[in-house]
Design a protein around this ligand. Structure first.
Ligand code: DX5
Ligand code: ZN
Length: 219
């Protein structure tokens, strides 16, 4: 059964406390917070003042996804939020090894995210140091996009790399995840599912979270 990390990007920003309370009462495992800078991705979402407000209400661990250039500038700020996971993009870090060590030194789980075009093989040398690898199954920047099918095979290849290298990294998948794509991703080896529109556009978001959480291989 996967962990489920609903993306607040699809929440109603006019009623954030209400949506956060819904997630607090749901079976979700983490809160996924998407930070965009309008440079690394062609959109801007929210920054630290908004996340501080979210963190005050949230009663589940925060899974912060930084879609920004130079994410190493904000390690202390993410730590100050009380985040459990800090996800940085492989494509945004020239000195990825240093960034990963700095995140771990702050006591957070170090996650590295790959865009759809980036092969899992680029992680070969660093994967033993990682706590989590997140695969983008859409091009980052927007919620509600169509799932890129190739992510299922990529998840399988990442699972093989993790087994072969003895890494303990969790596999998280972000973008276009719903019950159907989630089922196939869990069968391919996914540990954590991010879901934005699938949760917040569902008639019963809590039931949707429970359904995603109940997905199991070969069901
Ligand atoms: C996309 C974000 C995702 C997004 C997922 O750039 O990283 O976390 O909120 O939204 P859905 O689940 O609607 O594809
Ligand atoms: Zn995300």
């Amino acid at each position: 059964m996967p962990l489920v990390s609903p993306s607040l990007l699809s929440a109603d920003f006019g009623h954030l406390s209400r949506d956060i309370e819904m997630l607090n009462q749901s079976e979700c495992d983490w809160f996924h917070l998407d930070v965009m800078d309008g440079v690394f991705v062609p959109n801007i979402s929210f920054g630290f003042p908004v996340m501080e407000a979210m963190a005050r209400d949230a009663r589940k661990p925060l899974d912060v996804h930084l879609m920004i250039v130079q994410p190493e500038k904000f390690i202390r700020e993410v730590k100050a939020l009380g985040a459990k996971v800090m996800n940085v993009h492989y494509e945004a870090c020239t000195h990825l090894h240093r960034v990963v060590q700095q995140i771990k030194a702050e006591g957070m789980m170090a996650g590295v995210t790959l865009n759809p075009h980036t092969p899992v093989s680029v992680l070969e040398e660093i994967i033993p140091d990682l706590d989590l690898v997140m695969l983008m199954s859409v091009n980052p920047g927007f919620g509600g996009q169509k799932f890129i099918e190739h992510a299922v095979d990529k998840t399988r290849r990442l699972r093989e790399l993790i087994l072969r290298t003895g890494s303990h990294a969790l596999i998280e998948i972000d973008g276009g995840v719903n019950r159907q794509t989630g089922q196939r991703l869990v069968e391919a080896g996914a540990d954590v599912l991010v879901a934005g529109s699938a949760v917040f556009r569902a008639p019963d978001p809590k039931a949707e979270i429970a359904a995603l959480r109940a997905l199991a291989p070969h069901s």
